[in-house]
Write a protein that binds this ligand. Structure first.
Ligand SMILES: O=C(O)CCC(=O)C(=O)O
Length: 449
């Protein structure tokens, strides 16, 4: 783990931690058989510049001449294979193999660079080389007429770890690949909600919700007017639970674990492994949504959390099921400056007490979460970590505090709530918040200024 998130706030990010995903591809696939390799190749060809001169490889000065040469050679081979040309020559296995080898050289080289130091210090040049390597590799795999899932995974890695190249070609390639990959038949929307007892698990190992005293309860309001919210909560920076404002979101009826698997199963996402990000043994990894669900949602033995990830930029099909809460228009920023994160995990995930720099609407879609909130005025009773990396996180275990080590914590005034599906919690900027999932849970957060 090294370095905190460059764009401010949130969890500490390891050097391997992906940045926000690049803008995503078009609509997702429908179920059905895979199309022919030739049809897929024709669609991929159409995404690429039509002339070799058009294949501009932007490398900054940091990239050594040897690496530039490998990039050029890989591009030459791919171009000779017909990428960007129509009609295309027949594929040549030896050329494809050579190109794949060069792509892997580029990926290995760039991966080393991406994993040195903190993520925010990784230079865009290396992220660009990584993205070219991913695009070349995925194209080689598709040209060879096989391994489409591997090509999709490669594009996702490029989207997560690379920079945008060739007008975001990786996202556009994902759009094409998804159209061609077969997907399991989908249960009709709504139906998927019924078999949840099998899928949604209650916390067995984590403690029940502690009693919440009346004076600690966070106020709940049904659809307040914009003015009422602004004057009574936004301006004085007071938390509130808003109800009735996301009931119309399609996700409220559509989403279930099974639905997410059907829409996103083959996509690669970052997963936090371990109970809480302050633990020594905590780590981050990349895996498919399918594997994440099998290993961490359906299997009780370990904790994995698809946390603080801009899933909706990666998978527009899911983005269509949510929308930006109207109250965000009270902020100063444009709508596209709002950071929308997904938080999907089993019962028992814990986000330790921490604060973020922006206003937050935390919308609960599936399952329940227990939250404790504390005003920034109380910060010195919360013992923030001293190091730069965790300065926004308290050292205190909120539900089992060591009051000998942290005596002032006893006098900190908290508010608390259990957040249920359909409720949206307003967490003012810099407000400390602790979150524990009580069930398999999916929340969507909106960070806005
Ligand atoms: O739901 C969680 O686990 C944490 C959410 C959070 O910290 C946030 O939205 O800023």
């Amino acid at each position: 783990m090294a370095g905190s998130r460059a764009d401010g706030g949130g969890r500490p990010r390891g050097s391997r931690e992906p940045p926000p995903a690049c803008p995503g591809p078009g609509p997702g696939p429908g179920p059905g058989p895979a199309a022919s390799p030739r049809a897929l190749w024709a669609e991929l060809q159409a995404l690429l510049p039509g002339t070799r001169e058009g294949w501009r490889l932007e490398c900054g000065e940091r990239v050594e001449s040897g690496v530039r040469l490998v990039l050029q050679q890989a591009a030459d081979l791919l171009y000779a294979e017909g990428a960007g040309l129509a009609p295309s020559p027949s594929p040549s296995p030896s050329r494809s193999r050579a190109c794949l080898r060069l792509s892997n050289v580029l990926l290995d080289y760039a991966w080393e660079k991406l994993n040195v130091g903190t993520w925010r210090d990784v230079h865009e040049d290396w992220r660009r080389v990584y993205a070219y390597g991913c695009a070349f590799k995925a194209l080689c795999l598709c040209r060879a007429g096989a391994a489409w899932p591997e090509a999709l995974r490669t594009c996702d890695l490029g989207l997560l770890m690379g920079a945008s190249v060739w007008d975001n070609v990786l996202a556009r390639m994902v759009g094409v690949l998804q159209q061609h990959l077969p997907r399991p038949e989908r249960a009709p929307a709504g139906d998927a909600k019924e078999p949840l007892p099998k899928r949604i698990r209650k916390s067995s190992e984590s403690p029940e919700v502690p009693p919440i005293k009346a004076e600690e309860r966070i106020l709940q309001l049904h659809c307040p007017s914009l003015e009422h919210f602004r004057d009574n909560f936004l301006l004085p920076q007071k938390p509130v639970i808003l109800e009735g404002i996301i009931d119309h979101w399609p996700c409220m009826k559509k989403w279930s674990v099974e639905y997410i698997r059907q829409v996103a199963g083959s996509r690669t996402v970052p997963v936090e492994v371990g109970s809480r990000y302050t633990d020594e043994e905590w780590s981050q990894t990349l895996m498919s949504v399918d594997d994440f669900i099998s290993q961490y949602i359906e299997n009780e033995n370990h904790t994995g959390y698809l946390a603080q990830h801009q899933l909706f930029e990666q998978i527009p099909e899911l983005k269509r099921d949510i929308s930006i809460p109207d109250y965000c228009c009270l902020g100063r920023g444009e709508e596209d400056s709002i950071t929308v994160n997904a938080w999907f995990g089993p019962a028992g995930t814990v986000s330790p007490l921490h604060q973020d720099p922006q206003q937050n609407f935390l919308a609960q879609v599936m399952g329940q979460k227990y939250l404790r909130l504390c005003s920034p005025v109380q910060s010195e009773k919360l013992y923030p970590h001293e190091g730069h990396l965790l300065h926004n996180t308290s050292q205190v275990d909120v539900e089992d505090p060591d009051l000998v080590k942290f005596p002032r914590f006893k006098t900190a005034a908290f508010q608390a709530c259990t957040l249920s599906p359909g409720q949206v919690l307003f967490i003012p900027a810099k407000y400390w918040h602790y979150v524990r999932a009580l069930d398999t849970s999916f929340s969507v957060s909106f960070w806005w200024s």
